[in-house]
Design a binder for this molecule. Sequence first.
Ligand SMILES: *Cc1c(COP(=O)(O)O)cnc(C)c1O
Length: 302
Amino acid sequence: MIFKLENSINQQVNLQNKGVELYIKREDAIHPFVSGNKYRKLKYNLLEAEKQGFKTLLTFGGAYSNHIAAVASAGHLFGFKTIGIIRGEELWTKIDDNPTLSFAKNHGMEFKFVSREVYRNKSSKAFIEALKNELGAFYLVPEGGTNSLAVMGCEEILTESDKDFNFVCSAVGTGGTISGLINASKPHQKVLGFPALKGDFLKLDISKFATQSNWELISDYHFGGYAKINEELVTFINQFKSDFNIPLDPVYTGKMLFGIFDLIEKGYFPKGSKILAIHTGGLQGIEGMNAILKKKNLPKIT
Ligand SMILES: *Cc1c(COP(=O)(O)O)cnc(C)c1O
């Protein structure tokens, strides 16, 4: 079995005298590279690509993207050719210095590096048509992997036995994962999203997929924006791993758990609340982040 869905257990984090219970759903343990929500988001897309007879997957991402690593790995596992449209023209000389890109390359992904201006057209019909003319037929997986099939896959993260939790927490990038969680949640549960980036568009994006209104975004823990990080966050991630033996990634789950801990301290959750935080994975990004931290003379993620 390639994917270990049985590894995704709810692991309790022992908080002393905080008046709440916190569990982590270990979706990170499904697979080392197609981890967590990226497995969930790709599942039905790959089945659809196969059904439609496509041999190639094409997608978009940044240089450290968990999604790029996941698509390359999944393509390798299931026999699809993969093409990554990567943001940043200058990166083509740096593939071997970048752990995510070199991983993807070693799993057969071909790259097309484009400028940030060109990358902005990633959802334009004309741009996609031009890519088809240049590269041949492909099944398009959007940036971050979010579409209705991805949301359907993420609805499988929550199971019947999770119904006793009062709060379900998730990091938010494009909003596909939280949309699935919202759709699968019970009306008495509240789904809290912790955006990993700045921006008001997320609420609207989630509303396109979400079928219930029992959710809220908590936007105070993005640490200045996507992939922005400081010493306080690194310290938190390292402490969390040493206290609970659970590694967190610096872009998504580290920020979410920092937020949950801060909210617990501030008394946000009523006494007796049972909180389930989804570990969406992303651990492949630690190595690349550590290279950046080293350049900035900051402590590394251990
Ligand atoms: C991609 C990713 C997310 C964000 O998921 P969205 O569906 O885009 O909101 C969260 N956590 C991790 C670890 C990720 O890799």
